[in-house]
Design a protein around this ligand. Sequence first.
Ligand SMILES: [Zn+2]
Length: 53
Amino acid sequence: MEFREIYCFNCKKSLGRYNEKYFSEQKINEIIKMNHASHIYEGHEIVVKRVTA
Ligand SMILES: [Zn+2]
């Protein structure tokens, strides 16, 4: 399956994986804002990677 993985470079860890089938890029951006805002406030670099698992 294809996933979108939210990854923080500063923390060097994955913040979550979401099935691409059910989560659009827009939805992922909402999740980042809602659930991972602390990383953004601290100026961390967050990327969304596509992974196959
Ligand atoms: Zn972080």
